[in-house]
Ligand binder design. Structure first.
Ligand code: HEC
Ligand code: HEC
Length: 103
């Protein structure tokens, strides 16, 4: 079988799609918020309204951590402690969209 020009463009297209796919799927590397003593205040704030173990099933299912309140703590403390953002850091108004809380 002879590979003509049309075949080569098809092969090129498949290659491009593959490369894009691989580069997107490798993106989930943003560091989570460390679950340590330093970040305890963040977790306390986020889970301040967490339902107790005897709360109704409904309350537990639909509970969402208070991320917006917790996010207010991040930058002031990082600045105070000289924690640097990487130079290419993306826009950082919603920390917890990207830096996930750990369980
Ligand atoms: C009370 C102070 C404080 C608060 C509040 C805080 N941080 Fe930090 N954070 C630090 C310090 C200090 C470090 C440096 C590493 C360490 O000592 O844990 C750090 C490091 C980090 C790191 C890097 C961890 C690593 O493995 O290199 C991430 C990511 C981070 N913080 C995210 C957040 C986010 C997101 C918030 C808000 C939801 C937040 N931090 C709130 C003090 C704080
Ligand atoms: C749009 C997504 C996004 C948002 C919003 C965001 N970050 Fe990041 N952050 C990243 C990425 C991507 C990196 C680099 C990859 C990594 O986590 O090492 C990074 C890196 C960091 C680091 C350095 C981690 C290290 O390697 O030591 C810190 C600290 C940090 N972010 C804190 C914050 C804080 C605090 C906020 C909110 C004020 C915030 N980020 C908001 C995506 C985000």
């Amino acid at each position: 079988m002879k590979i003509d020009k049309r075949d080569w463009s098809f092969i090129a297209l498949v290659a491009v799609v593959l490369i894009v796919f691989i580069s997107i799927s490798g993106k989930e590397t943003t560091k989570p918020v460390p679950n340590d003593v330093t970040h305890k205040s963040v977790y306390d704030e986020a889970y301040k309204n967490a339902p107790t173990t005897d709360a109704s099933f409904f309350k537990k299912t639909f509970f969402k951590p208070a991320k917006k309140d917790a996010e207010k703590l991040c930058e002031p403390c990082h600045t105070a402690n000289g924690v640097k953002f990487p130079p290419n850091h993306p826009p950082k108004n919603r920390c917890l969209f990207c830096h996930k809380l750990q369980k």
